[in-house]
Design a protein around this ligand. Structure first.
Ligand code: FES
Length: 73
């Protein structure tokens, strides 16, 4: 079974959209990006993916990340 994770489901924001906003504002952390757009404030499952997106630029993920992954990023 393959998975495709590319957005914050709770706030309907794709990681590609969040990446564009991050680049426009030079936001380099989840907290900095949250000053410009709402995401990751309900279930928070998307948070490690957004953290990884900010680090690597990747916007589509095919493996699961856990909340503890965000602490290491
Ligand atoms: S998927 Fe982003 S807060 Fe739930």
């Amino acid at each position: 079974m393959s998975i495709r994770i590319d957005r914050c489901i709770c706030f309907q924001k794709t990681f590609a959209e969040l990446k564009a906003i991050a680049q426009a504002h030079n936001a380099e952390s989840v907290e900095a990006l949250q000053q410009y757009v709402s995401f990751a404030q309900k279930c928070r499952l998307c948070r490690p993916y957004v953290a990884e997106m900010l680090r690597s630029g990747q916007t589509v993920f095919t493996r699961l990340l856990s909340p503890s992954d965000a602490d290491q990023i």
